[in-house]
Design a protein around this ligand. Structure first.
Ligand code: GDP
Ligand code: IMO
Ligand code: MG
Length: 423
């Protein structure tokens, strides 16, 4: 797998961190291409649990260089704290490369994220309040401040002043909150320069050279396809492109460089924050998925909404990302159910759908059409070979493969690194 994209095929939290950690053993580079510390990726090795937000999930392997590419937004205080956390766990953060072109999450972005959500009231997105949306808004408004600006203090100060000229009108007048002090922000951020300097480089060039010399490069998506700003359930999405196309733009490499695109999907589905969710369960079954699956946000601790696997959504992810294979996670959680449902279509008052609808209002008003499959009702967390899975579990995998016309290459049966089956 010379250049492989690993992308979330649902609404995030599919288990991308553990999947990337698994593939990273063979990788020379693991690249985060979009998002920021709204992401929370969990890796469990033995009884050690590592939760990462900005650092790519290749950090466990000394042979692997973690790269934070230009499509990301970086809160420098969070990155530095995360590097310190990694070091305290015996990992080596010195190899981390950070793009000169990545944008900075500034204190006014975090503040705006919070006040905008408050302002939206019942229409709020349920963001992580990490300032991600406002940071990307500034990027596209061309008010953004990039990592490279930190290394020219005069330019950096000018940019902060310019940005605050605008924000300090908006914050008090529209959001009824206090203006912010430019000098305080400048002093804080210039204080991060020496810590960041050894990590910063032209990561597009780095990756171009790596791919050209046959190195193995893994691109790690954050969030998921249905949270994509262009292809997700807008406006209940994140402000970047988690889907596979985002890896190209966000890393500064060309599309011909990519060999494989692996979609990560839970054997059921979850979502945090607001927005439509056709297969959401508001009953004991949903509660059981949440409890058994430990479905609480890595970043915000929020309870995740859970429901049965949505095959329309998964087929959509295959289409939008050109998925070559799917990695199905958390199969073990389904052991708790006598029968297992999968959504094969949607139905509304006067229509039926067998593809993920492009019209958002349909998603709100449709009911899923379910197929009910037999459960296996036994613990599978110790299984490591396909042949040792109960026949109902194998049938479930085959059913999914047929429905999405894409091979399931791996299933995981527990959070620990070794709890997976290569099919
Ligand atoms: P990510 O954001 O896509 O990396 O996913 P998260 O790490 O936020 O959420 C996935 C959660 O499920 C984490 O707590 C993982 O440790 C856990 N997990 C991943 N794979 C499995 C699995 O196969 N079984 C179980 N029980 N838990 C898993
Ligand atoms: P990982 O990488 C799940 C959701 C938020 C909210 C919406 C917008 O761990 O899968 P934002 O703060 O990005 O502006 O919030 O997106 N969201 C995630 N949901 N997993 C994530 O990341 C998410 N990152 C953002 O809950 O609904
Ligand atoms: Mg997560």
């Amino acid at each position: 797998m010379p250049a492989t994209i690993v992308v979330g095929a649902q609404w995030g939290d599919e288990g991308k961190g553990r999947v990337v950690d698994y593939f990273a053993e063979r990788a020379d580079y693991v690249v985060r291409y979009q998002g920021g510390n709204n992401a929370g990726h969990t890796i469990v090795v033995g009884d050690q649990r590592l939760a990462l937000s900005l650092i790519p999930s290749g950090i466990h392997y000394p042979n692997c260089t973690p790269v934070i590419a230009s499509g990301t937004v970086i809160d420098p205080a969070v990155l530095i704290a995360e590097m310190d956390m990694a070091a305290s766990k015996g990992l080596d953060p010195s190899r981390i490369r950070v793009s000169t072109n990545a944008h900075l999450v500034m204190p006014y972005h975090r503040k705006l994220d919070a006040v905008i959500e408050r302002f939206l009231g019942k229409n709020q997105i349920g963001t992580t309040k990490k300032g991600i949306g406002p940071a990307y808004t500034d990027k596209y408004s061309r008010f953004g401040i990039r990592v490279q600006d930190l290394f020219d203090p005069k330019i950096f100060a000018e940019k902060v002043h310019t940005a605050l000229e605008d924000k300090n009108k908006i914050l008090p007048r529209i959001y009824n909150t206090l203006p912010m002090d430019a000098d305080e922000i400048i002093e804080e951020y210039l204080g991060y320069v020496e810590r960041l300097r050894p990590h910063v480089e032209d990561t597009s060039l780095l990756l171009h050279r790596a791919i050209n010399t046959g190195k193995e490069v893994l691109f790690e998506g954050a969030q998921g396809t249905l949270l994509d700003i262009d292809h997700g359930t807008y406006p209940f999405v994140t402000s970047s492109n988690p889907s596979a196309g985002g890896a190209i733009i966000g890393s500064g490499i060309g599309p011909k460089a990519i060999d494989e695109v692996i979609g990560v999907a839970k054997a059921y589905i979850s979502r945090v924050g607001t927005g439509p969710f056709p297969t959401e369960l508001h009953d004991d079954v949903g509660d059981k998925m949440i409890e058994l699956g430990g479905e609480y946000g890595t970043v915000t601790g929020r309870r995740r909404r859970c429901g049965w696997l949505d095959l329309l959504a998964l087929r959509y992810a295959v289409r939008v990302n050109s998925l070559t294979k799917v990695f199905l996670t958390k199969m073990d959680i389904l052991s708790a159910f006598d029968t297992i449902k999968v959504a094969t279509g949607y139905r509304s008052a006067d229509d039926a759908f067998d593809e993920f609808p492009a019209q958002q209002s349909v998603l709100y008003h449709c009911e899923p059409v379910y197929e009910e499959l037999p459960g296996w009702g036994e613990d599978i967390t110790g299984v490591r070979r396909l042949d040792d899975l109960p026949k109902e579990a194998r049938a479930y995998i085959e059913y999914v493969e047929a429905a999405i016309d894409t091979e399931v290459g791996w299933v995981s049966v527990g959070p620990e690194r070794t709890q997976l089956i290569e099919l």
